[in-house]
Ligand binder design. Structure first.
Ligand code: ADP
Length: 630
């Protein structure tokens, strides 16, 4: 029995089982039955046509056919008769040679073997054309022969030759033991094995038979007969060792097989084997569970029954490659159609199966990735929807901006004339007005101004979006800008009794857009007043340092929560939505300020300590901008 990489193949395992069966034949059976069993086991294991055991009579030296398999119950008489009639001796031909020389004798074609000529007719009639003869030996003496026959002429492999030899040597031991037992069966002899130490110190084994010699009922003597069975015992010990080895290998093989079966059946992944045509040979429980089928419904079916057209093309491509001996290192994704028509996805890795040098099929391990695939598909769906919504939003935004731009221009013209005429009326250019009328005209004037301010903010947003602010840069004085901005909000401060504190150093000129920077500072100051209760203070500080010119506006107002300090610079953002009604405004001012400051390469940020807020602006000095080349 040869082992490949420590693992026996199926044929080797069945031959090993056969040898074990021969070695463990019950030797207390009838001797003929023992011989028939040996022959049967050997023929079945070798897939042979038939076989015979011939034994040599110890006394006469004559050869007789003692057992046969596959040749009919009257074979022995028939052959013996035929041989007698044809004047052929059993000791002639290859079997005679095997017995005489005690050597193994293969006959690949009986009809081409001159020594077998006397047996041609009998072989033809019985239907076999090739045979092997292996001697059964007791020590060095040939006591018989195992002959195995095949229907067709054939060359014998080393494995087959070794197997017949093994079978013959195990049969020799079994026959010998059986003959010993058989001989003692019908006697009152007591059989005993004993160890005897011979004078030369070598350990010998003796078989001692004792017989009681009786005179009537009286025992008159004990007759003893000793036989040296050392050789037998050695052989028996060897046999036992071989048997133990065989049993161990067999058990290991069985264990390995069980482990593999367990792994195959209970694996979380689904496993299967296909033949070279793509028909299912095996499939494990996980695979059946996925398909929702029984084994019978899958085994023998073609993969095309279970795959989508696209996956079938992929799988057949893989199968083709593997049959030509190319194993793929990467997995393929297949879409399976289950029994209930549900579609599932698997990530499959495959390897070809070899029997010797021949590729006999493909082994596949697949991981069910249906959930992953479904999520992927959902994600793709969402992405597409998102892309569509995004496009719709961009379009809606474009339409909105266009609308705002149009409407603001349309509103600005009449509002400007309302403001102008209100001013004329208020100045009494068109005639005298009383106190009450003046108050009302002032209200109209202020609200018109607010509306114009809001519309201008909206226009700025439009410009911001189009990224074309159109800043008018020039050398400007920040001190002038601060003074003008304070003047702009003076009236509001007075109305709320808020004091404006100034801490303004003499500042160097900067490169900027005077109108826009005034707009920024006015906005920051206006917010400070808007969000500060009456009688509070708003402090404006300005100085220069390494960073540039820094202007800070600190109020004693409602303050800004820490997590909102950045959001307030986003468009339309107001900390408290109800502040819109309480304080007015549209949440646009700071985002416009930020854009203007950043277009001046400066920065703006807010701080709040819980009571009041501080808005800081840093603008680069002229020298710094020149250095940076901006
Ligand atoms: P609005 O026109 O609503 O004032 P802004 O963009 O100028 O819009 O300001 C956004 C929001 O930031 C305001 O609605 C307010 O919630 C908050 N905010 C701005 N300045 C101050 C301040 N000095 N004190 C407290 N909150 C302020």
């Amino acid at each position: 029995m040869r082992e490949k990489n420590g693992i026996m193949n199926k044929t080797e395992a069945s031959k090993l089982k056969a040898i074990l069966s021969i070695a463990s034949i019950d030797i207390t059976l009838e001797f003929d039955r023992i011989l028939h069993s040996i022959m049967e086991i050997t023929c079945v294991a070798m897939n042979a046509h038939s076989g015979t055991i011939m034994l040599v009579d110890e006394a006469t030296g004559e050869i007789r056919i003692a057992a046969s398999h596959g040749l009919g119950h009257d074979y022995i008489e028939k052959v013996s008769d035929a041989a007698r009639k044809a004047g052929v001796n059993l000791a002639s031909g290859p079997q005679g040679t095997a017995i005489k020389t005690g050597t193994f004798c293969p006959v690949p074609n009986i009809f081409e073997e001159p020594g077998s000529r006397p047996w041609h007719d009998i072989s033809k009639k019985l239907g076999f054309s090739s045979q092997i003869f292996a001697p059964i030996k007791k020590g060095t003496v040939t006591t018989g022969l195992i002959g195995v026959n095949w229907a067709k002429p054939r060359q014998f492999t080393d494995d087959e030759i070794n197997f017949v030899k093994d079978a013959a040597s195990h049969a020799a031991i079994v026959i010998q033991n059986a003959q010993t037992t058989d001989g003692s069966k019908n006697t009152i002899m007591e059989l005993k094995r004993s160890e005897e130490k011979y004078r030369n110190g070598e350990q010998k084994f003796m078989e001692i038979r004792r017989r009681l010699v009786k005179d009537g009922d009286r025992i008159t003597a004990i007759h003893g007969l000793g036989r040296d069975i050392t050789e037998n015992m050695k052989m028996e010990q060897q046999l036992q060792a071989t048997n133990e080895k065989l049993i161990k290998s067999y058990e290991e093989l069985k264990e390995a097989e069980e482990k593999y079966r367990d792994l195959f059946e209970n694996a979380g992944d689904y496993m299967y084997t296909l033949d070279t045509e793509g028909y299912f040979q095996t499939i494990n429980s996980a695979g059946l569970k996925i398909l929702g089928c029984t084994k019978e419904e899958v085994i023998g079916t073609h993969i095309s029954k279970w795959l989508t057209q696209e996956s079938l093309v992929v799988s057949q491509e893989v199968l083709k490659k593997q049959i030509s001996g190319e194993n793929l290192d990467y997995p393929v994704i297949i879409e399976v159609i289950c029994k209930n028509k549900e579609h599932r996805w698997g990530e499959v890795r495959t390897r070809y199966i070899k029997d010797g040098n021949r590729i006999t099929g493909v082994h596949g391990i697949a991981r069910d990735i249906t959930e992953k695939k479904r999520l992927e598909m959902q994600l793709q769906d969402y992405n597409e929807k998102l892309e569509r919504s995004c496009e719709e939003l961009i379009e809606a935004d474009r339409v909105k901006t266009e609308f705002i731009s149009k409407i603001t221009h349309e509103l600005l013209t009449p509002l400007t004339s309302i403001k102008g005429f209100t001013e004329l009326l208020s100045d009494e250019t068109c005639g005298d007005i009383n106190e009450e009328q003046k108050k009302k005209l002032d209200i109209i004037y202020r609200n018109t101004e607010k509306l114009i301010g809001l519309i201008k903010e909206l226009l700025d947003i439009g410009h911001l979006e189009k990224n074309k602010f159109g800043l008018q840069f020039g050398l400007v004085s920040m001190n002038d800008i601060i003074t003008r901005s304070i003047k702009n909000i003076n009236q509001q401060a007075k109305e709320k009794d808020i004091s404006i504190i100034r801490d303004i150093k003499k500042l160097p000129g900067i490169w900027g857009d005077e109108e826009r920077l005034t707009h920024v500072l006015t906005n920051i100051l206006a917010n400070a007043i808007k969000f500060t209760p009456s009688k509070g203070t708003v402090k404006i500080m300005a100085d220069e340092d390494k960073m540039g010119i820094k202007i800070s506006v600190t109020d004693t107002g409602i303050g800004i929560p820490e997590d909102k300090l950045t959001c307030i610079f986003e468009r339309f953002y107001q900390i408290d939505s109800s502040s819109n009604r309480r304080y007015g405004g549209a949440g646009l001012g700071l985002s416009i300020c930020k854009s203007i400051i950043e277009n001046h390469y400066g920065s703006i940020w807010a701080e709040s300590t819980g009571c009041g807020s501080t808005f800081n602006i840093v603008l680069p000095k002229l020298a710094q901008r020149k250095k940076k080349g901006v």
